[in-house]
Each structure stands twice: as C-alpha cells, then as structure tokens.
Ligand binder design. Structure first.
Ligand SMILES: [Fe+2]
Length: 145
C-alpha cells in the first residue's frame, strides 16, 4: 500500500501582496505548514502535536494582525474576511484534534492527510489570492491618499 504523502507548500512571487508585513508573515506560515507536513509524513505523534500547536498559535497571531489592520483602515470587507479566517481556524483545529486521536487506522489517516493537504495548501493559497491581496491593495491605496 502506497504511503500518503504531502506536497510541501512553496512561496512564489505570485503570492506577494505588496505589503511586507503580510508577506513575511505568510512566509513564516508556509514554513510552519511544512513542519506539520514533515511530522505527518514521518507519522511521529509527538512531532505532529507540537508542529500543529506551533502552526495554530501563529495562524491566530497572523489573522489577528490582519484583522487589526482591517479595523484600523475601516476595511469594508472585514466581516467576510474575518469569517474566512474563522473557518480556517476551526478546520485546522478540528484536523489537529483528529490527528491526535489514538490508534487511527491507516484508512482514516489517509483521509486526514488528504484533508490536510487541501486545507493547508489550496485553502491558504486561495485565501491569499482572494482575500489578502485585496486587503493589501486597500491599505496601500489608503496610504497613498
Ligand atoms: Fe487573511
């Protein structure tokens, strides 16, 4: 049986929002996502636990920073952007909890790996393109007034 394997998350210039603080936080986020992936790939429960905690802590910090800017800049898309953040936090916390369940079968593990891949790569990349770039643009426009 082929082992479930995660594709790492790589930063590309297309993901740049044009605001340094957002981009550098996204790069840190990617690093922490890849640490979770490595831990899951080697299937080390202690490492999975610690890397998930390390990631979730930073996700909450990063979303909080973005949301502070949305409030400060009276950003009109704040409600939907925050909702998107809340969705991700719930999903990633749920995956963390499920990975931490003792004695998960190989089948369940494969499902979790697939969900993890979708959430931490597709969702995150889509969120950057569809939400964060717009936020960065709005901040830059207000700053240039
Ligand atoms: Fe965001």
């Amino acid at each position: 049986m082929k082992e479930a394997h995660l594709d790492m998350l790589w930063w590309t210039d297309e993901l740049a929002s044009g605001l340094d603080f957002i981009d550098s936080q996204h790069k840190e986020l990617f690093t922490r996502v890849n640490e979770v992936f490595s831990a899951v790939d080697i299937n080390d429960p202690a490492k999975i636990g610690s890397t998930f905690e390390y990631l979730i802590t930073y996700v909450i910090e990063h979303f909080g920073d973005e949301e502070s800017y949305m409030i400060l800049y009276m950003y009109d898309k704040f409600p939907e952007h925050r909702e998107s953040h809340n969705y991700f936090v719930l999903k990633v916390s749920d995956l963390y909890r499920r990975f931490m369940t003792e004695d998960i079968s190989e089948e369940v593990r494969k499902e979790l790996v697939t969900e993890l891949q979708l959430l931490l790569v597709e969702w995150l990349v889509n969120h950057i393109h569809n939400y964060d770039k717009k936020l960065a643009l709005a901040i830059r426009e207000k700053n240039s007034d």
